[in-house]
Design a protein around this ligand. Sequence first.
Ligand code: SF4
Length: 190
Amino acid sequence: MDALIERTAAGLRSRGYEVACCATKAEACARVMVEAEGAASVGWGGSESVKEIGARDALVASGKEIRDHQTVMDLFLQSANTLTADGRIVNIDGRGNRVAASIYGPKRVVYVVGRNKIVDGGLDDAIARVKRCACPPNCRRLGKKTPCAQTGVCADCSSPDRICKVTAVFDRMPTGTPTLVILVDEDLGY
Ligand code: SF4
């Protein structure tokens, strides 16, 4: 396992999270399926990473009902926009519903995070990574009319379509929301 992933895992554990390190997408998908076994309702936070490991299709094939962007459910699956190597989670949202569900509501939260989303730096580096690597492709994917969708560069815009309006920094696992972070030693999502 990559040394940066091992360090991030230790950082997350020190902040109260359960952590699973997976070498491959297939291994991560299998872990998600174990997590979902007893869940009657599964939420999906629009995550490309969860799709890329095949978990969304596998859950649908197993008969699970997938709920998009709700806050009350047994299991909420999502990715993080960025992790710092010392174990902070940074998520940036337009509506705030994904961030809200990862803090309060679900009985259990599971993140699936590829190695490309870890920054070996501080919160400023983490937020900069989101604006540089995640927002432009997400705006293009969602058909948003923002400067970064056109140019690939953040202009700190005032567009009504702006997708980065809420920035949540998780210093510790939220009280009452058991959370597992699955770190994958492959690139996933943006
Ligand atoms: S502020 Fe606007 S331009 Fe910058 S990343 Fe967010 S949506 Fe894109």
